[in-house]
Design a protein around this ligand. Sequence first.
Ligand SMILES: Nc1ncnc2c1ncn2[C@@H]1O[C@H](COP(=O)(O)OP(=O)(O)O)[C@@H](O)[C@H]1O
Ligand SMILES: [Mg+2]
Length: 114
Amino acid sequence: MLLDARELKKVLLNLAVNGLEAMPDGGSLPVRSSPADRGGVEVLVEDTGCGMDEETRSRMFELFFTTKPTGTGLGMAIACSVVDRHRGRIEIDSAPGTGTRVRVELPSSAPNVS
Ligand SMILES: Nc1ncnc2c1ncn2[C@@H]1O[C@H](COP(=O)(O)OP(=O)(O)O)[C@@H](O)[C@H]1O
Ligand SMILES: [Mg+2]
């Protein structure tokens, strides 16, 4: 199996939900994909929301870490483990008050992830 579509759908959904939750007063949430090096693919999910300070940025992948009153802190931990299993990577660019850009890079082939 090259990619686990159901798992990757979960990743993108989590990123999109986070983007929306970062923009309670609205904004834009472009999602783009393009070919990456060596036959891989890169997906960008950007928001114009609240962004993150250094501490939040450094802890966002921790299981159960959340800054939201009713958050679970599961989304990014799950996203990270799915992308890891695909031998991909996630990069975050974020600035408080400006927004966040998440870049997911997936290689053209991954070990069997089922
Ligand atoms: N797009 C984003 N903009 C601002 N903060 C974000 C974004 N994505 C993640 N975060 C931060 O990372 C934390 C963890 O995210 P996540 O694991 O999805 O848990 P939850 O959404 O339940 O809080 C969030 O509580 C938030 O502080
Ligand atoms: Mg979330």
